[in-house]
Design a binder for this molecule. Sequence first.
Ligand code: ADP
Ligand code: ZN
Ligand code: ZN
Length: 801
Amino acid sequence: MTLFAEVIVDVPTMQTDQPFTYIVPEELSDVIEVGMRVEVPFGEGNRHIQGFVTVLKQTSTYPEKLKPIIRMLDLSPVLNQELLALADYMKETTYAFKITCLQTMLPSVMKAEYEKKIVLKDPSHPIKQQYFSQSDEIDWQEAEKLGILKQLKKLRQENIVELRYVVKKKNKVKKIRYVNSRLTQNNGADIDQQINQRALRQKQLVELLKVNAHQPAAFYTKQGITSTVLKQGEKKGWLSFEEVEAYRDPYQGRTFKKTAALALNQEQQQAVTAVLAAEEKANDDVFLLEGITGSGKTEVYLQTISTVLDKGKTAIMLVPEIALTPQMVERFKSRLGEAVAVLHSGLSQGERYDEWRKIERGEAQVVVGARSAIFAPLENIGVIIVDEEHESSYKQDEAPRYHARDLAIWRGNYHHCPVVLGSATPSLESRARAQKNVYQLLLLRKRADPAANLPSIEVVDLKEEYERKNTSNFSQDLQNKIADRLEKKEQSVLMLNRRGYSSFVMCRDCGYVLPCPNCDISLTLHMDTKTMRCHYCGHEERIPQHCPECGSNKIRYYGTGTQKVQEELQELFPTARILRMDVDTTRRKGAHEQILQKFGAQEADILLGTQMIAKGLDYPNITLVGVLNADTALNLPDFRASEHTFQLLTQVAGRAGRAKKAGEVLIQTFNPEHHAIVLAQKQDYETFYEQEMFLRHQSSYSPYYFTVKITCSHQEEQVAAKKMFQIGQVVKTGLSPESILLGPTPASIARVKNRYQYQMVIKYKKEPALSQMLKQILNESQKDQRKGLYVAIDNEPVNFI
Ligand code: ADP
Ligand code: ZN
Ligand code: ZN
């Protein structure tokens, strides 16, 4: 009986966003499985492209019209039933193409790449001598190099050769050469007689082969036996070579000292017990673990995972990319050992692929990784943990625009296992769900190390500093404190907040920032048009010359670079050893880790950096944290600006005083009365939550409203704008009067890569028909793609700028 396969092909367009049916050739029908990648002919000219088998079936409507699958690209499925179902969910909630969802779940080396080949159709054709003497096909690039492309094109018109696209497999497995010995103590004795006594290396080789049955070739070369000598040995029949599959292990050669579980305090114990009880009952409960910085959340994760592993289950631990420091990896590897696989962007493509294979083969049971680790192909998951759940980097800002937290909850549901969302400063959305008992709230209220205390936090008003004519980046207070630490040989961490850095205009005398008259956000500076603009409602005005509040003319564009700050710091403290950590100093692979290691080894007195330094640092000798500019993020045109500021300040403050030595934090700001700053100073998340919820309610934002952002982009501004307004009309008539529409307006970065962007935000409470309407809009926008006009939908955007 003929077998048919439904295949999702690697052509990300609306028309092809559906399964296509192929015939499974006889010889594959026993081995093909759902979830495998295959090579199939597609479209005009039957290009060879990659696809994923999603269904196998016995019947098809038009079998005579179907083409056969060319070959399988995998020997076993790369996506299991669960992940295929997850892709469907992702497609539904992010409006992305199915193929994009499928590909996102796999290591990037498994994404298809194509080779263009020119193939001689009839190998007996006389032309073979001329261009195809070696083989019946020639690589396009090769032909280009040889300068015969023109001739070959002509042959194509004559239908003698054809163009073929073939899928290039990039997921190469690393192989290591081993030497298998054929000698033993016994049979080796005869050989001793045969060797010329002066062939010292051969003698040495024989001696080694007698006692080493199976060793990597490197074992021999290290002892001075060259590969030539080894090859001679092979010829003589003393040994054979074997290529053995190997993993590229980024942590190879590192040993992790085994650590024992700490005795939990009462709150920690309660948290572990609650999560494990849910696991035991196969409940897919979601827990919100709200614990102040240093309260021992990581210890809770480690012990929960450890128990789950003992039961023969697996676990996923998500960490924001930037927090996945060597220290963090160390904590997991040293406690859980070989069971841990680590996935993050610092790994090479090959290393990532190898970690993925370890997981897929069941050789690793715990996956610690950044956002995309949520796709780890684990079976039998017992717990999923999302640390720092409030981090916006869990949302992917390109298609598919998924949020790892949502997918974690989906997988928890699938595996009937609990999900733990952990944070010192939960997102308002999660905290509100805990309030309504959708999530279960677990609290850790004090620092876990009995010797540690929360640091004391002081706020310096930069306006007063300016009045005293100190225009440096360092207030007198901060300078005194840094000097004090240098004296005591303690370490300081200084943060220059670059979020929203150069985008707003502020009065240096009174801290006034230009607001939008219609919305509760600040206006953004557009240097290209020399205007101030609101990104929500489109309001536009001129850049002011004087401060509307105090009349000062010191109203200006705000911003300075870390490098300049470092120079200033070095001038103030000529003998201080300063490390700088920002995008410039961390571009090289491993640079980030190196800086942290140096700082951890006390090779520097001050670590100066951007918000990169706010997370994951756990060093006992840090006793001072200084925030040079707390405000910048506050002025972003984003309703989450206060939330992000509060979170960042709490996080960075948490770096100080994590052990015996008391910590101090100093926050410099132009807005000492702002609730995000006042409450960060008090380290009072709960009050912040209440006040911010009140503001969100008043301005109809999340978590009271859902949001969807629609963006149109085109090379010509008018075209993008016109389309956005058309869509706006459609949306307006289709929505209930309770929903709120913002825009259309130009996006804050109005032009990206020479494309103008217009956007619109829909805020709604209940719109059962919205999803269908958005799909319709996407469908109809399909025909515009040829004109270079694109429509994108971002469900629950975290990025408004
Ligand atoms: P968090 O993840 O909440 O910021 P950590 O897990 O990093 O906190 O813990 C902070 C410090 O407290 C770490 O040095 C950790 O080893 C220590 N710690 C955690 N739990 C305990 C405990 N039960 N007893 C003693 N020290 C603890
Ligand atoms: Zn002013
Ligand atoms: Zn506005």
